[in-house]
Ligand binder design. Structure first.
Ligand code: SF4
Length: 298
């Protein structure tokens, strides 16, 4: 590994300046959740962005904020409406967690999203990254919201590595602390995030457009170990996630269905696991059993 843990402060300051100039012209300032510091709206965007791409999140986020503009309205919404509104975002479990989170915040924090890290981490579906992002992007807190884009940029520019890994987490965190400004944390992390998402992409980085091209160790080393072949993944239709999504989607448009009806709708390789899928979804609160079959929660 090319270690570079002692970059002089003057150099770091120059790199920040270059980054911010690039961000001002090229950042994704048009994203609707970038135009607000409302902690509820940022919470919704961060949960949606956990496993869904930006372009798909945009219309969902706008509809969501119009329908449920605050914690109170979301907390009092029927759960089945919340699950229905999540259609198209995938990983439906997030909708149930979000509803529980809203109810928890209404009951415990007078409907105001807490900004304390410990309180945020107690909410369903909120892990260290999401808590840091909410704190940094809504309240400009020093919180290190380092997503995969940010850690990749740091691994490349400062350590000459193709990507970050669990082994390099600590040194990357230390480097992030070193390059961090003394204020304007929000702008700083959004700029780093956009550099990773727009230029320093995983498989085809646009180094010739990068504001750090003269300071990047990985570029200087000739971009070693760039893997261009994509790992073969199993077809989506064969995954449990697909089958679970199909069941929830079916119950969004059909009030109640029996186990046999649901089994019939699933592809042959999933039929034998129908009962397991249904029980697990019910346990997670996404569906419920009634006298005649299965439905979304009332
Ligand atoms: S020069 Fe290339 S590899 Fe280095 S930070 Fe910029 S985009 Fe990433």
């Amino acid at each position: 590994m090319t270690s570079n843990t002692s970059v002089p402060p003057k150099k770091l300051s120059e790199m920040r300046k270059d980054l911010y100039l690039w961000f001002k012209k090229n950042g994704r300032h048009e994203l609707p959740w970038r135009k607000t510091e409302n902690s509820y709206q940022i919470l919704i965007s961060e949960i949606m962005l956990q496993q869904t791409q930006v372009e798909r999140v945009k219309p969902h986020w706008e509809n969501w904020i119009t329908k449920w503009p605050n914690i109170k309205s979301l907390a009092s919404a029927p759960l089945n409406e919340v699950i229905n509104a999540w259609s198209g975002l995938g990983y439906n479990r997030r909708s149930v967690n979000l509803h529980r989170t809203a109810q928890h915040i209404e009951a415990q924090y007078d409907s105001k999203v807490p900004i304390d890290e410990k309180n945020l981490l107690e909410l369903p579906g909120i892990g260290p990254y999401t808590a840091a992002a909410i704190r940094c992007f809504s309240a400009n807190k020093k919180a290190y919201p380092a997503d995969t884009n940010i850690t990749r940029v740091i691994a490349r520019a400062f350590f000459g590595l193709q990507n970050s890994s669990p082994d390099t987490r600590k040194i990357i965190q230390k480097q992030l602390e070193e390059i961090e400004p003394s204020r304007n944390f929000r702008k700083h992390y959004l700029a780093l995030m956009d550099l990773g998402a727009l230029l320093c992409q995983s498989r085809s980085p646009s180094c010739d457009l990068c504001p750090w091209q003269n300071n990047c160790h990985w570029l200087e080393r000739g971009k070693p170990s760039l893997q261009t072949s994509k790992k073969k993944s199993q077809p989506f239709e064969s995954t449990t996630r697909y089958a679970r999504g199909q069941i929830v989607e079916h119950l969004r448009t059909n009030p109640t269905r029996t186990t046999s009806e649901i089994r019939r709708l699933l592809p042959s390789n999933h039929k034998k696991n129908t009962a397991i899928y249904l029980e697990t979804l019910a346990k997670e609160g996404l569906i419920e059993k009634n006298k005649t079959g299965w439905s979304l929660p009332s």
